[in-house]
Design a protein around this ligand. Structure first.
Ligand code: BGC
Length: 606
């Protein structure tokens, strides 16, 4: 590195240029859409065909809790429309809307009883069309949830299957004869209890990996697959930009193996290795893509845990099954629960190493969808930071950890204002059947009610489902009526209105994070640049470089509440800083507690 000269006032630093080669290879034959038009080749990145969705920055909406418009205490589609200006101002250009189809709401919409209709709770199909149109006018693509591992137990197919388990619709589900009144095997459902439910007195059982209101579909049945493809294409015809594909890793099951080792006194056990990413699933994924997504050049984002590095090309490579997938490598970390309890610093370093390893494996081959929160996990400040450490600096460094990684960034509603969870005093304050299933399993394992509630408070996904905190008004500006699920009592101090009025708020910083990610001067590097981990042996820093065609963008984040010094000198222009002032010592950065900066390296400026 050349000599250091970070100038605080002008916030410019001196030069270091590294030459890189970028060759434009022109149009490739056989491109099926006008948008897929260019190929670039770099020395350190494999060929990557540009696609229209590469520049997406997403925002996930959990509709029940986003904005109520008809004052029934439940969020709805007209409510989302009302907030489109807010979303546009935030700077995102893709919306993922969790399920709004007709549903008995056993799993809050992930149990669909009619794939073609919007549930009246959320509005009408017309409302959805209006949302798509109005979002488009603002440059925002809408994607919907696609739940095709299971339906609701009230779907007409399933009702018919129960009437005649051996008939046509019986073949749409995974239905087996029990053994002497007992289920076909001892798999535990992902939401607690047996994964099998008897069909009345018939002697038959159906499989449900999730709640018993979500019977699993039988993907080995071609007739079923054809019906699903038709439904998917119907939505794509209607103009949606694509899908977030739910639980798709589970569509193939191996039922030949019998029981698994019991993991509790109830004799049930974890059968995951027989129903996740099973051999043979590839044929279904390829067929699904060819019959639907590919025909519309739509955006697909799949929920697939645990894809080994060696399989990434098949999943998200140029001709992969999906455009992108969520990677789960940080999802099981929670300093309030499990193996990381009370070990926050070590945990963040472990996450860093895992995320960087996945970046190295994936960058240049495809795109991960990077995220920190969603409706299935507790809020990120609660998982990553101790309560006493939660402040503007620590909360604002969080988005910098992931927004500039290679891949597509996704924000979950309320994350941008730092919404958190809160402990409940009794189980009655919870609303999710999955929570109760898990609670029952804890009791069955011998936990006291108090200990089980403590664990639920520390880890349950419902914490991210409280109503969006729009203002300090009653019910947080979410609704005039009592919401379906109680607001976080902290809403008078943590809400959108308040943060909009304060230029030093988390919300205003978040907007800067997004704006830098979408800034046309740097966007190519964020999207197509190589990934290099920096100072990997540091016990305090999360730092990496993205580079393309001579442009080098470096991220330095202090993961601790103590000052941290970079090992190497750093030279360049500061593009983002959550403190607004950056200290240096002999050319090295001296980062304050939780300080996060983005530096454009190697550019001589006066
Ligand atoms: C969704 C959950 C849902 C489950 C069953 C998950 O992947 O994100 O919210 O409960 O699938 O559909």
């Amino acid at each position: 590195m050349v000599g250091a000269c970070i100038r605080q006032k002008k916030r410019k630093v001196c030069v270091f240029l590294q030459k890189e080669r970028l060759v434009f290879l022109g149009r490739k034959k056989g491109c099926d859409t006008a948008r897929q038009e260019r190929f670039w080749k770099r020395e350190d990145i494999c060929d990557m065909r540009k696609k229209w969705w590469h520049d997406l920055v997403g925002y996930q909406i959990y509709p029940k809790s986003f904005q109520d418009s008809n004052e029934d205490g439940i969020g709805d589609i007209p409510g989302i429309i009302r907030r489109l200006d807010y979303l546009q101002e935030l700077g995102i250009n893709m919306l993922w809307v969790c399920p709004v189809y007709r549903s008995p709401m056993m799993d809050h919409g992930y149990d669909i009883s009619d794939y073609t209709q919007v549930d009246p709770m959320f509005g009408t199909n017309r409302d959805l069309e209006e949302l798509i149109r109005k979002a488009k006018e603002r440059g925002i693509t809408v994607i919907m949830d696609l739940v095709i591992n299971h339906t609701s137990s009230e779907h007409p197919w399933f009702l018919e299957a129960c009437r005649d388990p051996e008939g046509k619709y019986g073949q749409y589900y995974i239905i087996r004869k029990g053994k002497e009144g007992q289920p076909p095997n001892n798999w535990r459902s992902l939401f607690g209890g047996s994964a099998w439910e008897p069909i009345g007195e018939s002697g038959y059982f159906y499989l449900h990996l999730f709640t018993k209101g979500q019977p699993d579909l039988n993907w080995d049945n071609e007739a079923l697959r054809r019906e699903l493809y038709q439904m998917i294409n119907g939505w794509l015809e209607m103009g949606i930009g694509g899908f977030r594909i739910d639980a798709i890793a589970h569509i193939k099951k191996d039922l030949s193996g019998g029981n698994v080792p019991a993991d509790g006194p109830d004799g049930l056990g974890n059968g995951m290795r027989f129903f996740r990413n099973m051999e043979g699933i590839e044929a279904y994924l390829q067929e699904l893509k060819e019959n639907t997504f590919q025909r519309y050049d739509c955006f697909t984002l799949a929920e697939v845990d645990d894809i080994p590095d060696s399989r990434l090309d098949a999943y998200i490579g140029e001709d992969g099954y999906y455009c992108t997938v969520f990677d789960f490598c940080h999802c099981h970390h929670n300093l309030r629960d499990g193996e990381w309890e009370g070990r926050g610093e070590e945990m963040l370093l472990d996450i860093r190493d895992r995320v960087f390893a996945r970046q190295k494996a994936m960058c240049g081959r495809g795109f991960f969808c990077n995220y920190q929160e969603n409706h299935d996990m507790t809020r990120i400040p609660d998982r990553f930071l101790k309560k006493e450490d939660q402040n503007f600096y620590s909360m604002s460094m969080l988005p910098v950890l992931y927004f500039y990684l290679a891949g597509i960034p996704m924000v979950y509603q309320g994350q941008e204002i730092g919404m958190t969870g809160f402990d409940r005093n009794s189980m009655e304050e919870y609303a999710d059947p999955a929570t109760f299933g898990i609670y029952r399993d804890y009791l069955m394992q011998g936990m006291t009610e108090e200990a089980a509630l403590h664990k639920i408070n520390a880890s349950i996904r419902e914490h991210s489902r409280t109503p969006m905190q729009w203002s300090g008004e009653k019910y947080a500006g979410f609704s005039q009526s009592e919401p379906w699920f109680a607001c976080n009592p902290g809403y008078p101090s943590c809400n959108v209105e308040r943060q909009q009025a304060d230029e030093n708020s988390l919300l205003c910083f978040f907007k800067k994070v997004i704006a830098l990610r979408r800034n046309s001067d740097y966007q190519e590097t964020w999207i197509y640049g190589s990934f290099t981990a920096l100072e990997e042996d540091s016990a305090q820093l999360w730092s990496f470089e993205r580079s393309l065609a001579g442009q080098r963008l470096q991220i330095f984040v202090n993961l601790t509440g103590r000052e941290a010094l970079t090992k190497s000198e750093v030279h360049g222009t500061v593009l983002l800083d959550n403190y607004g002032e950056l200290a240096e010592a002999d050319g090295r950065l001296a980062l304050k507690a939780w300080q996060a900066v983005v530096v454009k390296a190697g550019e001589q400026q006066e």
